[in-house]
Design a protein. Structure first.
Length: 189
C-alpha cells in the first residue's frame, strides 16, 4: 500500500471509532504517557486534533510529571517551533486547525533539551517508520532530537503495524505508545 492509501485507511478507521472508544483510549494513553516521563526535566508533546490519539488530559498528566512540557507551533514549512504548555486555559486557535499556547515562541532547537519526545502519527511500524500527514514538519524537527532520546509515536492499537512504506527523508520513532500496550520499543534497524 502507498502512503496515501495508508493515510486514507487510517483516517477512515479513526472517523468510524466511537466517541466512547476514543475516550477510553485517551484515558489509557494518559496514564501510559505519564509513566513514560517519570523523572524527565522537559518533554515535547502535541495538542491532539480531531480523532488523533491523546487528549489535553494527557498534556495535563505530563505537566504533573515534568516541569516543562513543550508543544509545537507550526508556521512556515521547516522544523517546528515550540511553546510551553501551561494549561488548557492558555491555548488559542492557530493555523492548520491547531491550537497553540499563548506564551512566547521558542526556537526549533529547543526540542534538543527534551528527555522524551511524543509525536502524533497516523501509524507506526515495528521498525519505527512513522506515517504522518505528509507535510514533513516532524521529519525536519526530529533531526534536531539528541541521539538516544526516546521519540514516541502515539497511536491506536490497530495503528501499530508490521510495515509501512519508507522514504529517505523519513525519521523513525524509537517507541510506540498504544492504549493497550503502553510504551513499546521499536526495532530501528
Amino acid at each position: 500500500m502507498s502512503k496515501k492509501e495508508w493515510r486514507l485507511r487510517v483516517l477512515a478507521s479513526r472517523r468510524a471509532s466511537s466517541a466512547l472508544t476514543r475516550e477510553d483510549e485517551s484515558l489509557k494513553l494518559c496514564h501510559a504517557a505519564a509513566e513514560t516521563v517519570r523523572g524527565a526535566s522537559a518533554v515535547a508533546a502535541y495538542i491532539p486534533v480531531g480523532s488523533e490519539p491523546g487528549s489535553l488530559d494527557m498534556l495535563d498528566a505530563l505537566r504533573l510529571r515534568s516541569p516543562v512540557v513543550l508543544v509545537p507551533v507550526a508556521r512556515e514549512p521547516g522544523p517546528l517551533q515550540w511553546a510551553e504548555y501551561t494549561g488548557r486555559e492558555n491555548l488559542k486557535a492557530a493555523s492548520y486547525g491547531l491550537s497553540e499556547p499563548t506564551g512566547p515562541l521558542l526556537p526549533p532547537a529547543r526540542v534538543a533539551t527534551c528527555d522524551v519526545v511524543f509525536v502524533p502519527a497516523l501509524a507506526v511500524d515495528r521498525r519505527g517508520v512513522r506515517l504522518g500527514r505528509g507535510a514533513g514538519f516532524y521529519d525536519r524537527t526530529l533531526e534536531l532530537v539528541a541521539p538516544g532520546i526516546p521519540v514516541v509515536a502515539v497511536v491506536r492499537d490497530s495503528e501499530l503495524v508490521d510495515e509501512l512504506p519508507e522514504e529517505p527523508h523519513d525519521r523513525r520513532a524509537s517507541h510506540a505508545l498504544t492504549p493497550s500496550g503502553g510504551l513499546i520499543a521499536l526495532n530501528r534497524e
